[in-house]
Design a protein around this ligand. Structure first.
Ligand code: NAD
Ligand code: MG
Length: 397
């Protein structure tokens, strides 16, 4: 029996993970669930899965949870401390890291330092502090299993092959909702339009990242650290159907790929049950109905966030953490309707330009770079967020 902690259980990945766990109660037991503030959702999950521990960041939400007499004998924690306690519980065998954004860094790193294997969906900590995460994992004998569908595909395509034989890895990318749009069209895109992903249902932040292609940029950096592959060997190809989840090319020209329907239960289940492929109740991939699979070159002129990611990786040090934080601030400002869609890339670009890189060796270095970039990016956001600028952009002035 594997005892599982889910950091971020109320989110899109958290819910999919619970669906997988519910199918295999003989293999997995839910030890702890955590959320930011949605106590109602967390309470519903607790009454279905009976974890020993529930942790919620928001103190008032924690109080409301304490007041629930129907949840039985359960320990409730709150704050960031609570997340760390949940992530490092003695009985935990595997921690599913599914918080969104930089907020996942401290709890995920705490789990690693406590010797817990991690199923990593939360890619932002790997972008911010990949070297540190891997050093700590190595030091504590921890395996980090990728949950991101592309990285799970790469992981599966590398099984049984020699790393030194890899010529390149090819990350596939749906292209997002604005794949065929001109810059002029993108300029006017609204929050609602950007939140409509063609193939995947995900949380708001990653859905916007998929529209700007920053998600793929973050995944390039994630792949670099997960698999220790240089940026020069990491390529992106647009594959609008999201059936091939990524590929590895070897020196002899062989390409190994992993295919499947776009459902996160598949990579989650593999991370939980590696090396087994456990059954899931999903429709099979029907290649005859799927129609042609197509491929396009990515366009970094229309989608500069991809180029930003390569630049951040090449620059090294604190730059990837700055890219990540500036992106988080810009995406939130867009979701708040404070800036336009194309302002997201401007906020990131201007924040990166203003940054003086320093080596990133410790958690404090990562957190300091994150703080600096958030402050700077928030300042840049104000330049784009005046009503008149937004009205003009929308064509009303
Ligand atoms: P989501 O917004 O749906 O869920 C986020 C979860 O994190 C929620 O449980 C929320 O309560 C919690 N959370 C948010 N802010 C927090 C904070 N400050 N402190 C503690 N907890 C906090 O996000 P998601 O789509 O499930 O994505 C989670 C992570 O997985 C992201 O890093 C994303 O890039 C990655 N990922 C998601 C998908 C997907 O299909 N959704 C696919 C691949 C990778
Ligand atoms: Mg992905």
């Amino acid at each position: 029996m594997k005892h599982i902690v889910i950091l971020g259980s109320t989110g899109s990945i958290g819910v999919s993970a619970l669906e997988v766990l519910a199918l295999h109660p003989d293999r997995f037991s839910v030890l702890a669930l955590t959320a930011a503030q949605s106590d109602k959702r967390l309470a519903d999950q607790c009454s279905a899965f009976h974890p020993k521990v529930a942790s919620i960041v928001d103190a008032q939400a924690a109080q409301r949870l304490e007041g629930r007499s129907d949840l039985g004998d359960m320990t409730i924690y709150s704050g960031v401390d609570g997340l760390i306690k949940a992530a490092t519980l003695d009985e935990a065998d595997l921690v599913i890291s599914a918080i969104v954004g930089a907020a996942g860094l401290v709890p995920t790193l705490s789990a690693i330092r406590a010797g817990k294997n991690v199923a990593l969906a939360n890619k932002e900590p790997m972008v911010m502090a990949g070297r540190l995460m891997q050093q700590e994992a190595h030091k504590h004998g921890v395996t980090i299993f990728p949950v991101d569908s592309e990285h799970s595909a790469l992981f599966q395509s590398m099984e049984g092959h020699r790393k030194e034989d890899i010529r390149r890895i090819i990350l596939t990318c749906s292209g997002g909702p604005f794949r065929t749009c001109s810059r002029e069209q993108m300029q006017r895109k609204t929050r609602a339009e950007a939140l409509k992903h063609p193939n995947w249902e995900m949380g708001a932040k990653i859905t916007i990242d998929s529209a700007t292609l920053m998600n793929k940029g973050l995944e390039i950096i994630e792949a670099h650290w997960l698999f220790d592959i240089p940026a020069s060997k990491i390529e992106v190809i647009i594959h609008p159907q999201s059936i091939i989840h990524s590929m590895v090319e070897y020196n002899d020209g062989s390409i190994i790929a992993q295919l499947g329907i776009p459902d996160m239960q598949i990579p989650i289940a593999y991370a939980l049950s590696y090396p087994e492929h456990i059954p899931l109740e999903l429709p099979p991939l029907d290649l005859l109905k799927e129609g042609p699979l197509s491929f396009e070159a990515p366009d970094t002129e229309r989608f500069p966030c991809l180029a930003f990611a390569y630049k951040a990786l090449e620059s090294g040090g604190t730059m990837p953490a700055v890219l990540n934080a500036a992106n988080e601030v810009a995406v939130q400002a867009f979701l708040d309707n404070s800036i336009g869609f194309l302002d997201i890339e401007s906020v990131i670009g201007q924040t990166m330009d203003a940054h003086t890189i320093v080596p990133l060796e410790t958690l404090d270095d990562a957190l300091a770079a994150d703080r600096w970039a958030r402050e700077h990016a928030a300042h840049v956001v104000t330049k784009f967020s005046s009503d008149s600028v937004l009205m003009k952009r929308a064509g009303h002035a």
